[in-house]
Design a protein around this ligand. Structure first.
Ligand SMILES: Cc1cc2nc3c(=O)[nH]c(=O)nc-3n(C[C@H](O)[C@H](O)[C@H](O)COP(=O)(O)OP(=O)(O)OC[C@H]3O[C@@H](n4cnc5c(N)ncnc54)[C@H](O)[C@@H]3O)c2cc1C
Length: 480
């Protein structure tokens, strides 16, 4: 059991933070959760008064209902395969009501600092396997503006990483004089009616927004510096991530090589089927992806190819220069553009955390299993992953592991082993994406969930088991 004095602080009451609340409440670990906005849901609360959320009116889950639910709380069966953001929010609200931990959340309360108190620095091997408790002074500002602090033995950071828009460093000649919007601020297409719109990006938001604007715009153009495989939302009449999950349970080979809930493209047969349906992106005028379907970048959209086929979205090669209200592309074509929508992702920001503790500004987030700060006791991160699949079950599993650690049911591996594992992860991302910094918190769903499962079996006080476990980890291979 957690020691009497143990009390955790949870920062954020989005899907990750409430998963952490649920798990800690269930285990009887006392906590205070701090939420900047006036209600739960984070990104899924449309026009959230935390001023951080980026949901747009047409947003649906890109992961299917069954895969996106917490293990402890099924989504309603009458929900569609890909629920709307309003349905996701109701689901999250039901979750909080069902488990009854709303009283543990302080709303309209922003954490503005967390400071280590003596004893939270891990001094290498000498503390291997020792207590995971630290001491952190958490400072917050409430709705009245009052600033207060309290010391906690653990801090679970669940503040989200899709709220600080990243404008790409385009390094292109010329100046664009039209309207520029980041997808973070995009809500609905009306303001772009009859305009010529250029959508920049090739991820889920770029696909959704290009389809959205193409219904009202004069013309919607789509460009991206890099390519991605465009995969259908359905395969054989089922959401594609469910097909992948079934493949996993049937085939041990697919299980070892599957790359994520949304991809699960371990078998070449599966990849071939997808190519039969959608062809290659180049067949539709989109940029060609680097790498094959199993390890390359993938975006799920059945709609974009139809919008292109209808002539309502026109793919363009990458931009070569701006010229006032015109954009010149690499094939020397020039289009007059009224508005550019940048769907170019987000920076990871944690303004309440001193840079010497963690500095994600250079896209480096060296955490063990993407959760544990190897150098600081009692500092954990929930939901700080980018996964081609659903986040809810991952956040829940991470919280279960952290609760195990707080209750001292399981141990962390030796310090050196954690550092080795972090370096190994960096190499994996380097091989896959060309640079570990391009996707600093990327994980693949199934291998990652299995790794968490193994952590939850790492018993305390048995260093030999840790070594065996290390050898096992070496055997988990993720396809490039
Ligand atoms: C457009 C878009 C679509 C997406 N679609 C999917 C999808 O279909 N499926 C999926 O699994 N994932 C999807 N994601 C990823 C998405 O970010 C996560 O699913 C989920 O919202 C992350 O939950 P979270 O709790 O980690 O972060 P958030 O939802 O961002 O919640 C973080 C919470 O922390 C609070 N907070 C932040 N800082 C502080 C502070 N200093 N003090 C107090 N509170 C603070 C915020 O107010 C917020 O409520 C999508 C992301 C985007 C941008």
């Amino acid at each position: 059991m957690a020691s009497e004095r143990a009390r955790a602080a949870i920062i954020g009451a989005g899907p990750s933070g409430i998963a952490a609340c649920q798990v800690l409440a269930e285990r009887g670990i006392p906590f205070d959760c701090f939420e900047k906005g006036s209600d739960v849901g984070g990104l899924w609360r449309y026009e959230n008064d935390n001023a951080l959320a980026s949901a747009y009116a047409s947003l649906h889950l890109n992961t299917s209902r069954e895969t996106a639910q917490y293990a402890s709380h099924p989504m309603p069966e009458d929900y569609p395969d890909f629920p709307h953001h309003t349905q996701m929010l109701s689901y999250l609200e039901d979750y909080v009501e069902r488990f009854g931990f709303r009283d543990g959340i302080r709303f309209q309360t922003e954490v503005i600092g967390i400071e280590p108190v003596d004893g939270t620095l891990v001094d290498g091997a000498s503390v291997d396997g020792a207590s995971v408790d630290g001491a952190w002074e958490v400072t917050w500002r409430d709705a009245t503006g009052e600033v207060q602090s309290r010391t906690y033995t653990a801090v679970l950071v669940a503040s989200g990483h899709h709220w600080d828009p990243r404008r790409p460093d385009l390094a292109l000649p010329g100046t664009f004089t039209g309207q520029e919007i980041h997808s973070h601020h995009y809500r609905s297409p009306e303001r772009l009616a009859d305009k010529n719109v250029l959508v920049v990006g090739i991820g889920d938001s770029a696909m959704d927004i290009a389809c959205d604007t193409s219904r009202v715009s004069g013309m919607t153009f789509l460009t991206a510096r890099r390519g991605a495989w465009i995969i259908p939302k359905y395969l054989g009449g089922k959401p594609i991530d469910l097909v992948g999950r079934e493949l996993q349970s049937r085939s041990p080979i697919a299980r070892e090589v599957a790359t994520g809930a949304l991809l699960n493209l371990g078998s070449s047969l599966f990849a071939r089927k997808i190519k039969q349906i959608h062809g290659r992106p180049e067949d539709h005028g989109l940029p060609g992806p680097k790498g094959g379907l199993t390890g390359g970048e993938v975006t799920a959209s059945s709609e974009i190819l139809v919008r292109i086929g209808y002539g309502h979205v026109t793919p363009k090669p990458w931009i070569s220069r701006f010229d006032g209200d015109s954009v010149r592309f690499a094939d020397d074509s020039v289009e007059r553009i009224d508005a550019i929508v940048y769907c170019t992702g987000y920076r990871i920001s944690m303004p309440f955390l001193a840079q010497e503790i963690l500095d994600p500004s250079d896209n480096e987030v060296p955490l063990y299993r993407r959760v544990v700060h190897p150098d600081r006791r009692g500092l954990y991160f929930i939901g700080l992953v980018d996964v081609p699949g659903p986040l809810n079950p991952i956040a829940e599993a991470q919280a279960e592991w952290v609760a195990d650690l707080l209750e001292e049911r399981v141990a962390l591996p030796p310090y050196a082993q954690m550092q080795k594992s972090i370096a190994r992860e960096d190499r994996r991302r380097e091989q896959r994406f060309g640079s570990a910094k391009r996707h600093p918190v990327h994980v693949d769903f199934f291998p990652y969930m299995r790794a968490l499962e193994k952590e939850r079996k790492r018993r305390r006080g048995r260093p030999r088991a840790s070594r065996e476990q290390g050898a096992q980890e070496e055997r988990i291979r993720v396809p490039a």
